[in-house]
Design a binder for this molecule. Sequence first.
Ligand code: ATP
Ligand code: MG
Length: 219
Amino acid sequence: MGSARAHSAGRYYDSGVSTLRRLGVLGGTFDPIHHAHLFAAEAAAAAYRLDKVLLVPAGHSPLKATAPAPAYHRAAMARRAAADNPLLEVDTVDVDRPPPSYSVDTIALLVERYSSAALYLILGVDALQDLLEWREPERLLDLCRLVVVSRPGRPLAIPAHIAAGLGKRAAHILLLRIPDLDISSTDLRRRFREGEPVRYLLPRSVEEYVRSHRLYDSS
Ligand code: ATP
Ligand code: MG
């Protein structure tokens, strides 16, 4: 059977870490996780025949100015979002170790853990902009492929300075057009704060979690 997922008795079962062929990794602050994140994971899995996509909540990103909600809340929301999709699994590798967490370190850890798998790091095209400021971008591209998904209002392309900076390694950057979903965690936090609608922008279970823990109430 070609896939690492076997369909049996109406449920998916993983045939185990060691047999994974292609593993997606979607990192993010996930503050909160929303439907564009989840659709990006689903679309990348379909396009590149990924057996699994790990959702990896970030620690405090060295490139983000404001502190996010505590990691355990962001991980709990990601778990809720993943609960009804056998493709998705939450991995807390980034929040379980001391900061700062760099993508290259995370991917290196996952390469060891999932030694049979080719890794595909999924990110939005906005996150590609500053790739050359990430730690060891060349090594990162030796360890995995980047799946760059489109995001509204931005061209889906590898910026010239990135292509020039990476040379041949730019071939490891794959561009994937997905439907424009103009959803962001920043806008969702504002919507929660201001009492605007959020339903259909993020999973219901995540909405309920945010409300029950009053994560984004105005202070
Ligand atoms: P924030 O507004 O707090 O930055 P965000 O919505 O951008 O939140 P992140 O957790 O920063 O969410 O994003 C995680 C990854 O998902 C990034 O690679 C980002 O580019 C991608 N992403 C987020 N929203 C979208 C979207 N609407 N379409 C495509 N990709 C997205
Ligand atoms: Mg963002």
